[in-house]
Design a protein around this ligand. Structure first.
Ligand SMILES: NC(=O)c1ccc[n+]([C@@H]2O[C@H](COP(=O)([O-])OP(=O)(O)OC[C@H]3O[C@@H](n4cnc5c(N)ncnc54)[C@H](O)[C@@H]3O)[C@@H](O)[C@H]2O)c1
Ligand SMILES: O=C(O)C(=O)C[C@@H](O)[C@H](O)[C@H](O)COP(=O)(O)O
Ligand SMILES: [Zn+2]
Length: 373
């Protein structure tokens, strides 16, 4: 039985690849994987939550394609795994398997596994192939696509990494059936991001149907993942290395990454939750600067809140936010140029743009209001 799938193509010349989206497609994916590994077993990297739930399906697909699976490498679950220590351990473990330049890594998991495994693939033997099998909503709509890989530093989020494109992405939306609700919501923030950046009609669709996506309705979920992947592929296809429009995908992230850093990259604030709050702050800043109608900011905030996402820092219990620290952290953002932070702002829903010279007093005022609200 072959499950129906949508194919999104990311066009990057010699580095082009397909993103396959569908409900239950992992079981049928063995031959697609075998075509890349040339019939050999990939080295699967997964985490302690995902392996027990989805490794059997992947291994059965490999066996059906005539591949005897190798034992998977399991890393601890969670954001703290995206650090130097776990990166080193992973590299040594993969090297211990006796790899060649034709060895293929396969990331089975969320954005943490994908970013870590992708960076390992970028580094080992100066670059080997890897395949993404994302198992969180966030990784299916965002992190598995586009080739940003890396780890965090004590100086900030994703400050060490490489652009390294996967050879194939297999987004089986059925894997989301085992994902905890809080993680589904965190991923949903990145779905909303595409609407807020440049797809106003998609945002309107989400206002009416987003709850179905969050609740795991199969058709709605597949539609949301496919539209998101198409939106990201369109942007990355013209600006792989973020010299222009790719920065729009960072809507909410300058604030969000600073909020994540302030909470120590753990369970207090998930990446997607930081992005939800950050997008609301970006819209608030746009309104304060007279660039965006207040009603558009209200709609963005209202929708994120309606599905159950945090929309202001004070929605996160038990954190004493420090505005100076947040601003210092934002100053280490990768989009800083000539000492000035680049913000992603919006003229309205679906009308995001980048702006370098943002009034520092306005940024401080927006943050101060948000942490005291
Ligand atoms: N490279 C990019 O372009 C990009 C884009 C967005 C986010 N990111 C990064 O992605 C990371 C966040 O990714 P994430 O939200 O997927 O987090 P994650 O990888 O930590 O996964 C979230 C949690 O869900 C568990 N999990 C994963 N799949 C599961 C499943 N199917 N069933 C049950 N549990 C499951 C994981 O073990 C983990 O505990 C952040 O580090 C962020 O910076 C990268
Ligand atoms: O792919 C991109 O480009 C993005 O910005 C997607 C973001 O959702 C993602 O969180 C990314 O990792 C952030 O990139 P960074 O360069 O700000 O670390
Ligand atoms: Zn993100």
């Amino acid at each position: 039985m072959t499950a129906p799938l949508d194919t999104v193509h990311l066009n990057l010349g010699a580095r082009s690849y397909d993103i396959l989206v569908g409900d239950g497609i992992l079981s049928d994916a063995g031959s697609r994987i075998a075509a890349i590994t040339r019939g050999r077993a990939p080295i699967v990297v997964t985490d302690a939550n995902v392996g027990p739930r989805h490794l059997d399906t992947l291994n059965a697909a490999l066996i059906e394609a005539g591949i005897a699976p190798a034992p998977a490498i399991t890393v601890p679950a969670g954001e703290k795994t995206k650090d130097f220590g776990h990166f080193q351990t992973l590299l040594e473990e993969v090297l211990g398997r006796g790899i060649e330049r034709s060895t293929v890594l396969l990331a089975l998991g969320g954005g943490v596994v994908g970013d870590l495994c992708g960076f390992a693939a970028a580094s080992l033997l100066r670059g080997i192939d890897f395949i993404q099998v994302p198992t969180t909503l966030l990784s299916q709509v965002d992190s598995s696509v586009g080739g940003k890989t890396g780890i965090n530093s004590r100086h900030g989020k994703n400050l060490i990494g490489a652009f390294h494109q996967p050879r194939l992405v297999i987004a089986d939306t059925a894997t989301l059936d085992t994902l905890p609700k809080r993680e589904v919501l965190a991923g949903y923030a990145e779905v909303v991001k595409y609407g807020l950046i440049r797809l106003p009609d998609f945002f309107t669709w989400l206002e009416g149907n987003g709850q179905r996506v969050v609740d795991g309705d199969s058709a709605a979920r597949r539609h949301a993942v496919t539209v998101s992947c198409r939106a990201k592929a369109d942007i990355v296809g013209v600006d792989e290395r973020e010299s222009g429009d790719r920065a729009l995908l960072n809507l909410g992230h300058t604030f969000g990454h600073a909020l994540e850093a302030a909470t120590g990259f753990g369970q207090t604030l998930l990446h997607g939750e930081g992005v939800a709050i950050g997008m609301v702050l970006a819209f608030d800043l746009s309104v304060k600067l007279g660039l965006c109608p207040a009603d558009d900011a209200r709609r963005a905030r209202a929708h994120l809140a309606a599905v159950g996402l945090p929309v202001r820092p004070t929605d996160i219990p038990g954190v004493a936010w420090n505005v100076d620290e947040l601003i210092a952290s934002m100053a280490k953002d990768k989009k800083v140029a000539d000492g000035r932070i680049t913000f992603i702002l919006a003229n309205g829903i679906g009308q995001a743009f980048t702006r370098r010279d943002v009034d520092a007093d306005a940024v401080r005022a927006v943050l101060t209001e948000a942490v005291t609200a």
